[in-house]
Design a protein around this ligand. Sequence first.
Ligand code: 5GP
Ligand code: MG
Length: 189
Amino acid sequence: MQADIDRVLIDRQAIGRRLDELAKTIAEDLSAEATGGHGEITLVPILTGSIIFLADLIRRLPIRMQIRVMSVTSYPGTATSSRGASIEAQLTKLPEDLSNNHILVVDDILDSGNTLRLVNETIKQRNPVSLRTCVLLRKTIPSAMSFEVDYVAFDIPDEFVVGYGLDYNDYYRNLPDIVTLKKHVYAGA
Ligand code: 5GP
Ligand code: MG
């Protein structure tokens, strides 16, 4: 696995430092919502890429919260570009009625915006009290930069990255750093 790594883009220490900052801002914003009126704080992580980010983020958020996962597929198997997004209903645990919930969507990476567009539309139909979105990574390409999100941990160049939850063909999610892979990994895909 280590032999497949081309470059480390963001190492684990840099991720940790940035999450300290980001979590402080998010905790302030969400606490303000919670004290301002009614409603549960509900985090909606998008499976599977956000799991490590989510785990590290929520342990830095000292607030009462629920977690309701959503599953969306956009990169089937060995694809390295988006093929459109669809919700996987069997894995999604989002209540039909969110009128008592402040939602924070947590995703791994903003690329074409198809995933978050679909997720936001689906959530809005369920009438949340508030809706915010948070991504670990955002590619510095027009489709991603023009898409409105509330929190971004890192902006990265338009390269295919893996690690820290992000996969290629469902592998490499357990790499602690965010990296690019050597060309030979994609050969034949
Ligand atoms: P979008 O729908 O914005 O095009 O892409 C979002 C989803 O595509 C992400 O949640 C992620 O699963 C996948 N994706 C986009 N770019 C990358 C990338 O560079 N690496 C990996 N591993 N997945 C990506
Ligand atoms: Mg994803």
